[in-house]
Design a protein around this ligand. Structure first.
Ligand code: Z16
Length: 798
């Protein structure tokens, strides 16, 4: 505090203590960072470069302290100074540089890479504003900017010595070399600077410290000189604004983003800066010889967002290094691997060819050439089959020519993976079947995982202590050891200890809920949690309809038997997603009615916690009894919240979708509440023609709750304010089969209710969930990537 803040402890507030503690911790971090970089340099190791438009890091203090093994010491030291570590950790803003699962997955993966001593760099964007802050006003979502760096970020290091410059716009000149060969030269219309900020990534055990390198865009003063000298001072400033807009804000859509120029520029900006950075480092070790590039460098594309890196590397190899096409393609296609995170057709990225031509004219040429050569391959396998050519082409011909980034990624990568068994099977069967036929080894699966350091050790200290007491303290590194807890599942004393901890966590959350919403909840009730982005396919409205059905049952029969239950929601809706916002509004309006209806005698409470984010997840997950994982089968690629909740002893009510299937395999069918249509049954229903009205007329409860939405019961003075939900489920055709799954969902909930009534049974099931989550450590995911795709060797750090 004295040396880095110039503040005296007598006048320090919590924020000053937070900053001072960071400064102290950072000294340890930076010393290990230096040693790590030295070791990687002298061992000249192959490294993975994880390209991701999103890294949802959350807070770093607690994680860094745990991973350095300094948590208890720091807590004690601060206590001696009269300061509470838990309080000052609340001062840290979340680094919310991501939307949801995809961004948080990237954060878990870099934690595991450092923990396992693999040389790795995360590359992304240094957004000035991360995902919007969500306020709830009169039940509706309001978005406000997230300003996570307003008071500085004590963890990040600015690296002006590693600035890169990248080009945009302009035109391509065709030239001829002395030997008659064509040489292309891109004359850019604009140059933008990329300034890297490094966030140290501390592995568990505190040995390896890798970096997350995030690029901030800046105007290039070099380029603006011309304009400036011509007297165009104001115009030059305009261009500065444009350049600095690139890294201003994270796009808040997690599944769709239609044709936004700035988004494409963001993607190219960080991909091109990162590639230049990699090439600079490669050349420092290997000179101008490209022969070893793909032996030293592997680049993982986190979805298609950075797929423009493929033509960018080709451009560098051909136009700059002057390699021939085949040599360049050989290098490039041995460098890139691609992870697919969704099958939703509206989420598969496509860019108008016209837009690419304007912003990246040379890249569009290269994409056409990649496609041309690929089409020859297709012709050789399926001679004369134009339908297959149309389907596999990178270029979609139509009203407007589009570039399909998914096809480009599969063609340009040596490996393509889905994120859970079922998802990868569907990627092969439905999304890319012909590609799978062409390259039977290319498509594969790596099931997602989560870091047990953040998602158990740091967020649930009580349960962590109990586990360590029973099975030793190496489970954060060897999560499969949790299986040893199996033998305590029937032990009455252990059950009591386990459930006492769950209760204490619920008491803590109840305090937070009261402080955040003014709603009082009973820690003895079932805490039923649905936390994830708001999406029709995730079916928060199925949960809501079931809550309304319970409400009706209780009104019709005041003696209706059920365990008291608190339904907790956390969800942000994309700002332009009308129905998602309507569902948030509906949850809040139902909550208002239910929570104030004394006839219910607190049997049901509904809580929507505003501004769901990583740090809020860390409070909700340890307190959850039930985990809602209720997506329409075939739609959720994996899910990762499902793993976090189950690891913390929550029982899943879920469909056979994504990683739920693998969770069920691990915990056993008797320790999970599975319901609903399977992927095949959804398909069948679609084939035979699905009519939601059948369910509306057949099931009285469904009809009653849907009609209820049409009244003003939940929206006094605003009749019909919730009608859009009913409309989407009836006239809208119910694309996500909410009504078809309602009955089965309701029965699964009934089973869960009955199970909770049996304290010992519930405790046993909860313990077995925790005990059987070993598979879902992100360390296992990373080992799978290393073996199947990256082929890395660990590199020890002193
Ligand atoms: C995202 O978070 C995901 C998919 C996607 O296309 C875009 C975003 Cl921002 C999610 C999947 O929906 C989820 O099932 C999966 O667990 C997660 O990515 C990580 O793979």
């Amino acid at each position: 505090m004295h040396c880095s803040l110039g503040t005296d402890e007598n006048k320090a507030n919590n924020h000053a203590w937070y900053k001072a503690t960071c400064a102290s911790v950072q000294e340890h971090v930076l010393e290990q960072l230096r040693k790590t970089q030295k070791s990687h340099y002298f061992n000249d190791t192959r490294a993975v470069h994880y390209f991701s438009a999103e890294f949802l890091m959350g807070r770093l203090m607690s994680n860094n302290l745990h991973n350095l093994g300094l948590f208890e010491k720091t807590k004690q030291a601060l206590l001696e100074l009269g300061v509470n570590l838990t309080d000052i950790m609340e001062e840290e803003p979340d680094m919310a540089l991501g939307n949801g699962g995809l961004g948080r997955l990237a954060a878990c993966f870099i934690d595991s890479l450092a923990t396992l001593d693999f040389p790795a760099v995360g590359y992304g964007l240094h957004y000035e504003h991360g995902l919007f802050r969500q306020d709830i006003k009169n039940g509706a979502q309001i978005e406000r900017p997230d300003s996570w760096r307003d008071y500085g970020n004590p963890w990040e290091i600015c690296r002006p010595e590693s600035i890169q410059e990248i080009s945009l716009y302009g035109y391509v000149e065709t030239k001829y070399k002395d030997n008659g060969q064509v040489q292309k030269e891109w004359h850019p219309g604009m140059i933008v600077k990329g300034l890297p900020w490094d966030i140290p990534v501390v592995g568990y055990g505190g040995k390896t410290v890798n970096v997350l390198r995030l690029w901030q865009s800046q105007a290039s003063n070099y380029f603006n000189w011309d304009v400036f000298n011509a007297g165009g001072y104001v115009d030059a400033q305009k261009e500065n604004v444009q350049a600095e807009t690139i890294s201003k804000v994270l796009y808040p859509n997690d599944e769709t983003e239609a044709g936004k120029q700035l988004r494409l520029i963001q993607q190219y900006f960080f991909s091109a800066c990162s590639l230049k950075d990699i090439i600079r480092r490669y050349k420092r070790a290997n000179g101008d010889d490209w022969k070893y590039f793909s032996e030293q460098v592997v680049i993982q594309l986190n979805d298609t967002h950075p797929a423009i890196a493929i033509p960018e590397l080709m451009r560098i190899l051909i136009d700059r290094a002057e390699l021939d096409w085949d040599t360049a393609w050989d290098i490039s296609s041995k460098t890139f691997a691609y992870t697919n995170h969704t099958l939703l057709p509206e989420a598969l990225e496509k860019w108008p060819a016209r837009m690419l031509e304007k912003i990246l004219p040379r890249h569009l040429e290269i994409i056409y050439e990649i496609n041309h050569r690929f089409m020859e391959k297709v012709e050789a396998i399926w001679p004369g089959d134009n339908q297959i050519k149309q389907k596999l082409s990178i270029i979609e011909e139509g009203h407007e020519k589009m570039v399909r980034m998914g096809n480009l990624s599969v063609i340009g990568a040596f490996a393509v993976n889905g994120v859970a068994e079922i998802h990868s099977a569907l990627v092969k069967k439905n999304l890319f079947p012909e590609f799978d036929q062409m390259w039977p080894e290319k498509l594969t699966n790596v099931t997602n995982g989560i870091t047990p350091r953040r998602w158990l050790k740091a967020c649930n200290p009580r349960l962590s202590a109990l586990i360590s007491e029973k099975i030793g303290d190496d489970w954060p590194l060897h999560l499969e050891n949790l299986a040893t807890l199996d033998k305590y599942a029937d032990n009455a004393k252990f059950q009591k200890q386990f459930m006492k901890i769950k209760h204490e966590n619920k008491v803590d959350l109840a305090k937070d809920v009261l402080a955040l919403t003014g709603i009082t909840i009973n820690p003895k009730a079932i805490f039923d949690v649905q936390i994830k982005r708001l999406h029709e396919y995730k079916r928060q409205h199925l949960n809501l309809l079931h809550i309304m059905a319970l409400y009706r049952r209780l009104l019709e029969n005041p003696n209706y038997e059920m365990q008291p239950r608190v339904f907790l929601f956390g969800a942000k809706a994309a700002p332009g997603y009308k129905l998602a916002k309507d569902i948030i509004y509906a949850i809040n309006q139902v909550a208002m009615r239910v929570n104030n209806d004394h006839r219910l005698k607190d049997k049901i409470k509904v809580v929507f916690l505003p501004n769901y984010r990583v740090s809020l997840a860390e409070k909700m997950i340890p307190a959850a009894d039930i985990s809602e994982q209720i997506s329409t089968a075939g739609k959720e690629a994996s899910g990762t919240g499902n793993m976090k909740l189950s690891l913390n002893g929550a029982l899943t009510v879920g469909t056979l979708d994504g990683a739920n299937i693998e969770i069920a395999e691990e915990v056993g069918d008797e320790n999970i509440f599975i319901f609903g249509l399977t992927v095949d049954q959804v398909q069948q229903l679609n084939d035979q023609g699905y009519n939601p009205y059948d369910y509306y007329y057949k099931n009285k409860e469904i009809k009653a709750v849907l009609d209820w939405l049409d009244t003003d019961y939940f929206t006094p003075d605003k009749p019909g304010a919730l009608a859009s939900i009913k409309h989407s489920l009836l006239e809208g055709g119910d694309p996500y089969k909410v009504l078809a799954d309602f009955e089965s969902y309701s029965q699964a909930q009934l089973k869960a209710d009955k199970a909770y009534a049996d304290k010992s049974l519930w405790a046993k099931m909860a313990i077995l969930n925790t005990a059987r989550m070993g598979k879902f450590t992100s360390d296992r995911s990373i080992q799978d990537y290393v073996q199947k795709i990256w082929k890395l060797k660990p590199c020890a750090v002193e």
